[in-house]
Ligand binder design. Structure first.
Ligand code: ASP
Length: 327
């Protein structure tokens, strides 16, 4: 047989294999849909501050609004809250005393927008949405992101609060850089929503790790790392030590695992298992994942104890402790 025919035969067999795998995945997805009644609308957000994000998102969702608006309105509440020192206004600065913000957003069409290392703007998530809706790009960084924000009418303001500044000045006395698991030096808000129409969107916004190097960008604004949605499948968000999430492209991985037929819970557990397998020293860091699928099933899992999330479904907003790996 000529090598060309051999090739065709082999690729034909390969595609048959792929078809079989695809059919199996479809069957598993169908089974997942049968498992449970579809719960919608719903909103799910990382950490305790997710409760207030969900409340705002629910105002949009309960009146039949779009998941995209729900996640933007939801995370904006946390961005504006000076008491959340890991997101937006009041966020802790980098080691040079500068607050730099990262955010991303995705809608039900697969459109995406993001900003990173953005300074002096209170609502990076809304700038990310404008990037998505008004530019041919997905991501704007630093000065370019700020310039675009100003052109779009966003007002520059000082987002370093006195409280955050004092803590940074205190930190500078030792300059000891050691992220503390679950302590508020990371606390990103990641939010996913499934609206009444069955559409999924997601948002993620953060000031990143406290006292990071100037210019450090984490997972949160990276589409597929900090957040990912596919309206045919589901969505995922990540929080915790961004470097570990970036190295495993965590949120995309979770959604792809759901595409292969895993439930949201099994998918987030597998994404954590991937970190455990691939990244030495993972024990020193916290990572938390949330996921939803089209059927309104949810998943949550973290490396360490202490990750919690807010779930608004069936007209009730609840704060729930996540299951975790390191028992
Ligand atoms: N993932 C964020 C980052 O690495 C931090 C966090 O989730 O708290 O920038």
């Amino acid at each position: 047989m000529s090598s060309r025919r051999n090739f065709i035969k082999k690729s034909g067999l390969a595609s048959l294999g792929l078809l079989a795998a695809g059919a199996q995945a479809n069957n598993m997805k169908a089974a997942a849909f049968k498992r449970k009644r579809i719960v919608k609308p719903l909103a799910i957000s990382t950490w305790k501050n997710g409760m207030q994000a969900n409340e705002a998102g629910w105002q949009v969702l309960k009146s039949g609004g779009r998941a995209l608006d729900a996640v933007e309105q939801g995370v904006k509440v946390v961005e504006a809250d000076p008491n959340d020192m890991s997101v937006g206004y009041g966020g802790r600065p980098d080691r040079d005393g500068i607050v730099t913000l990262d955010a991303c957003i995705m809608d039900e069409t697969g459109n995406a927008g993001s900003v990173c290392a953005l300074e002096n703007i209170k609502h990076p998530i809304s700038v990310a949405r404008r990037v998505m809706e008004k530019t041919p790009h997905v991501m704007l960084a630093g000065d370019g992101a700020l310039q675009f924000a100003k052109e779009e009418g966003f007002v520059e303001e000082n987002i370093l609060t006195e409280k955050a500044k004092k803590q940074w000045q205190e930190w500078r006395k030792t300059s000891d850089y050691k992220p503390v698991i679950n302590i508020e030096n990371h606390d990103t808000i990641g939010m996913l929503a499934l609206d009444a129409k069955g559409d999924i969107s997601g948002a993620c916004t953060t000031s990143g790790l406290a006292y990071k190097m100037h210019g450090r960008v984490g997972d949160s604004p990276i589409i597929g790392a900090g957040m990912y949605c596919d309206n045919e499948i589901g969505g995922a968000v990540a929080t915790g030590m961004g470097e570990l999430v970036m190295k495993t492209l965590g949120s995309f991985l979770v959604v792809e695992l759901m595409n292969q037929g895993l439930s949201p819970q099994k998918a987030v557990e597998e994404a954590i298992a991937r970190i455990v397998k691939k990244i030495p020293g993972y024990q020193d860091f916290q990572i938390g994942y949330l996921a939803i699928n089209k059927a309104g099933e949810v998943g949550a899992y973290s490396l360490h104890r202490g990750f919690n999330y807010a779930l608004y479904a069936n007209d009730e907003n609840r704060l729930i402790d996540s299951d975790y790996y390191l028992k």
